[in-house]
Design a protein around this ligand. Sequence first.
Ligand code: ZN
Length: 65
Amino acid sequence: MPNYHYRCKACGYDFTEHQDFNDAPITKCPVCGKEQVHKVYSSVPISFKGSGFYRTDSGSSSSSK
Ligand SMILES: [Zn+2]
């Protein structure tokens, strides 16, 4: 199954989704909830380094900084 690259036009959220060929494309942004998500056709996923854009809060949803 391929990974599809999506980007939200509303908030700029950039993500890849693992989907089957028959799955419907994602249109709704998981971050802002707006249906502004477009499929991006690029073979190499963009990686942001150092900006904190891609910070992943692993597990804990506590508001500790
Ligand atoms: Zn969004």
